[in-house]
Design a protein around this ligand. Structure first.
Ligand SMILES: Cc1cc2nc3c(=O)[nH]c(=O)nc-3n(C[C@H](O)[C@H](O)[C@H](O)COP(=O)(O)OP(=O)(O)OC[C@H]3O[C@@H](n4cnc5c(N)ncnc54)[C@H](O)[C@@H]3O)c2cc1C
Length: 252
């Protein structure tokens, strides 16, 4: 089974994020890490490929830099990586990102595509579904459990109240939530092996993708600050005041 995992490199969330003064785009340092969300996708991919006998290929769009994030995913056990880096991708929106990822995945060939539900830096939460539409395969989203057998993929799809069981035939795209599996830590051997694993780099023209008007972010604005909430001092009767306030706001 050919499993493709979308793996995004992001600036280390432990360091404060900075925006470029003119474009207001996120400053992406040369050294980026694997998005924590995608560690779950990589682990899921490794487990499914191991069970069915198959390979795991990473697909990543963005400035390659030192490729620390990609190497992290390769050190976990993925077989190879495809990275799309092109100056024409600066300021891409989710749709252009999905078009680029879908073109690379289609060129590579796949039985299953795994992505995170939403990334840690952009969190638009729409790329996996767009990739599925562009590849013309089913999208199964918010998976907390994934099983594949006899050409069928079955997931538990997280809902507000519990989960739904959703099934489709493969090839398909599935987006997984954090907690779907416990991501492994790379071993020393894994880290050493990762240095020798193949990493293909592509440009937009290699994939035949042309950025179109409307698929770039044109403006970014600061979100309106929230109004201060209501402060209730606890004089022993605070719970009553909270209930009264919630009832007044028709929350309960
Ligand atoms: C202002 C701005 C500037 C940008 N500048 C650049 C740039 O200079 N160069 C560039 O390449 N991109 C750039 N992008 C694209 C950006 O980094 C995201 O990849 C894209 O907007 C997708 O949004 P998201 O991360 O919110 O997707 P979500 O839908 O939240 O992501 C869900 C999942 O999809 C997968 N995924 C999403 N994006 C990628 C990716 N890039 N690679 C692999 N898997 C992915 C991951 O598995 C992720 O967990 C820019 C975006 C914005 C908004």
């Amino acid at each position: 089974m050919r499993v493709v995992v979308c793996a995004k490199q992001i600036p280390d969330p432990a360091s404060p994020y900075r925006l470029e003064p003119d474009s207001h785009w996120l400053v992406r340092p040369g050294e980026q890490v694997l998005d924590d969300t995608d560690r779950y996708g990589v682990e899921m991919g490794l487990q499914l490929a191991q069970a069915a006998g198959g390979t795991v290929t990473l697909v990543s769009m963005g400035p390659t830099g030192t490729m620390q994030g990609i190497r992290q995913a390769l050190a976990m056990g993925a077989d190879k990586a495809i990275v799309i880096d092109d100056p024409g991708l600066r300021g891409s929106d989710a749709l252009l990102t999905a078009r680029v990822l879908a073109a690379a995945i289609s060129k590579e060939g796949f039985d299953l595509v795994i992505a995170g539900t939403e990334s840690t830096d952009g969190y638009s939460g729409v790329v996996p579904q767009m990739v599925a539409e562009l590849l013309d395969v089913p999208a199964l989203t918010y998976a907390t459990q994934v099983e594949i057998s006899d050409g069928q993929i079955t997931i538990h799809r997280q809902t507000n109240n519990g989960y739904e069981v959703v099934q489709a035939s493969v090839p398909a795209v599935v987006s997984v939530t954090a907690g779907v599996v416990e991501p492994r830590y790379p071993t020393f051997k894994g880290i050493m092996d990762a240095k020798k694993k193949p990493v293909e780099t592509h440009t937009l023209s290699d994939l035949g993708v042309a950025p179109e008007i409307g698929q770039k972010v044109r403006d970014v604005s600061v979100a309106a600050s929230r109004k201060a909430g209501v402060k209730i001092e606890d004089d022993g009767e605070a719970h009553l005041k909270i209930v009264e306030l919630l009832a007044h706001r028709k929350v309960i």
